[in-house]
Design a protein around this ligand. Structure first.
Ligand code: SOE
Length: 399
C-alpha cells in the first residue's frame, strides 16, 4: 500500500471541497440501460472527484410520459420532456446527453450543437460514418465541447496499460487481438425491434455486433495501438427471420450476429478481432491482448481490475506473467475510491468519464474520446461491413 493512501483513511469522504461551484445543467435523452449509467455518473462524479462544475439533472426526455416521469423521480431529474426538440431549445439546459437508440444520435446531436449546447453521445457515434461526419461537423462548427461514451477507456487497468505502452515498455508491437463475446440473442424466439430489442433492428441500430460490440474493441485498439489502415472481414447472420415487435410479423433479419476481421495497424502490427452474440456461456467477455518485442499484456472485462503483464526484461529465473491487481492509490483513478485492495466496477468507467469531461470543460480543452474519435471508429466499422460484402480488403480513411 502506498503512503498516500494511509492519509486517505477516514478523511476521504470529506476530502472533496464543497465550495460553491458553477452548475452545469444536464438534459438527458433516453431512459434505458445507458440513461441509467449516465445519470448515475452525473450524480456520483462530483462526490468523488474535485470538479469545476456541479452537474444538475435538469430534465430527462423520452416519448412515454408516464415512464419518463418515473425515471425522473427515481434519479432526481427536476423536469421531463417528451420531445427532444423542446429539450434542445430550452435555455436552462447546458448539455445534451444522448442515450437514445442509434437512429436518433445524428439528428439530436446536430440540433443540440446548433442550439449552442455541449453534446455527449452514446456509442456508436453514427449508424454509419456519413452520419458520424455530420455530427463532427456540427460540434466543430459550433465549437461545442463533445464526447462519445466509449466508457471502457476509463477502466483503471486499461489506463495503466496505455501508460505502459506510452513509456515504450513493449518495444515494437507485433499483434493486437481482441474479442467481445455475448450469447443473449441465440434464441430463435427473440423478437427484433421495439424498446429493449432495437439492437436487433438494423434500421435503428445501423448494424448488429459490428456497431454495438466490435466498436468497443476498435475504439480501444485505436487508442492503445494507433490507426488501423485496412481490414478483411467476415460477418454472419445466423437467424435469418424474426418476429418484429412493432409489426408482429416475421421479417428478415439484416443485422450481423457475428463479425470478425483481420487487419493492419499503421505501426506495422497485425489485428485479429471478433465479436458475436452467439458464444454460448459468455455474457460480456471483452478481452484484449497485445504482444510486443519486450512485453505482452492481456485483460478481460470479467476480471476488469486485473492486468496480466509479462516483461521479457525481467531476470530470466523469475520471468513470468504477473497478474497486477489494479486497486492501489498509485493506479489510475483509484485514490479517489476506497482503500487498496477494494475493487470498483463497470459503472465507475462512466463516472470517470464524467469527471474527466467536466475537468476538461473547466480547463477549456478537449477530452477524448471526442466525436472525431467516434468517427474514426465508424470508419473502421463501415470498412468491416463493406469488406464482409465485397470479400475484399478495404482501406480505412483517415479522420
Ligand atoms: C449490448 O448487450 C451491450 O449492452 C452494448 O450495447 C454495450 O455498449 C456494452 O458495453 C455491453 O453490451
Amino acid at each position: 500500500m502506498s503512503w498516500e493512501h494511509l492519509s486517505l483513511f477516514g478523511m476521504h469522504t470529506g476530502g472533496i471541497r464543497q465550495m460553491a461551484k458553477k452548475t452545469l445543467n444536464i438534459g438527458l435523452v433516453g431512459y434505458g440501460f445507458m440513461g441509467r449509467t449516465h445519470s448515475n455518473a452525473f450524480l456520483q462524479a462530483p462526490r468523488f472527484f474535485d470538479l469545476p462544475y456541479q452537474p444538475v439533472l435538469k430534465a430527462v426526455c423520452a416519448r412515454n410520459a408516464d415512464r419518463v416521469k418515473g425515471f425522473a423521480e427515481n434519479w432526481g431529474y427536476q423536469s421531463i420532456e417528451t420531445d427532444w426538440r423542446a429539450l434542445v431549445q430550452r435555455n436552462d439546459i447546458d448539455l445534451i446527453d444522448i442515450a437514445s437508440p442509434n437512429d436518433t444520435h445524428a439528428e439530436i446531436a446536430v440540433a443540440a450543437a446548433k442550439a449552442g449546447k455541449m453534446v455527449l453521445c452514446e456509442k456508436p457515434l453514427g449508424r454509419t460514418a456519413a452520419e458520424g461526419k455530420t455530427m463532427v461537423d456540427a460540434v466543430e462548427s459550433a465549437k461545442s465541447p463533445n464526447m462519445v461514451w466509449y466508457n471502457y477507456r476509463r477502466v483503471p487497468a486499461l489506463v495503466l496499460l496505455k501508460d505502459l505502452l506510452e513509456e515504450g515498455r513493449f518495444g515494437r508491437i507485433f499483434h493486437y487481438r481482441s474479442q467481445f463475446l455475448q450469447d443473449w440473442t441465440i434464441s430463435q424466439d427473440l423478437p427484433q425491434g421495439g424498446e429493449g430489442l432495437w439492437r436487433l433492428d438494423s434500421s435503428v441500430a445501423g448494424s448488429g455486433v459490428t456497431g454495438d460490440l466490435l466498436a468497443h474493441n476498435i475504439d480501444m485498439a485505436l487508442w492503445l495501438n494507433g490507426s488501423l489502415t485496412e481490414v478483411a472481414a467476415m460477418t454472419e447472420t445466423f437467424i435469418k427471420e424474426r418476429k418484429h415487435s412493432l409489426t408482429n410479423k416475421m421479417e428478415p433479419v439484416s443485422i450481423d450476429d457475428a463479425s470478425s476481421f483481420i487487419g493492419k495497424f499503421e505501426n506495422g502490427s497485425m489485428a485479429m478481432f471478433e465479436a458475436t452474440r452467439y458464444a454460448r456461456g459468455h455474457k460480456a467477455l471483452f478481452t484484449l491482448e497485445i504482444n510486443g518485442e519486450q512485453a505482452s499484456a492481456r485483460w478481460d472485462l470479467h476480471d476488469l481490475h486485473r492486468l496480466e503483464f509479462f516483461d521479457h526484461r525481467d531476470e530470466s529465473r523469475l520471468r513470468g506473467w504477473k497478474s497486477i491487481h489494479i486497486t492501489d492509490s498509485d493506479h489510475p483513478y483509484m485514490k479517489q475510491w476506497w482503500v487498496p485492495g477494494l475493487q470498483i466496477g463497470y459503472e465507475h468507467t462512466f463516472i470517470h468519464q464524467v469527471a474527466d469531461f467536466l475537468q476538461a470543460v473547466g480547463e477549456k480543452r478537449e477530452v477524448a474520446p471526442t466525436f472525431k474519435d467516434g468517427l474514426a471508429v465508424d470508419y473502421v466499422t463501415d470498412a468491416v461491413l463493406k469488406s464482409a460484402k465485397t470479400k475484399q480488403w478495404e482501406s480505412i480513411p483517415l479522420v
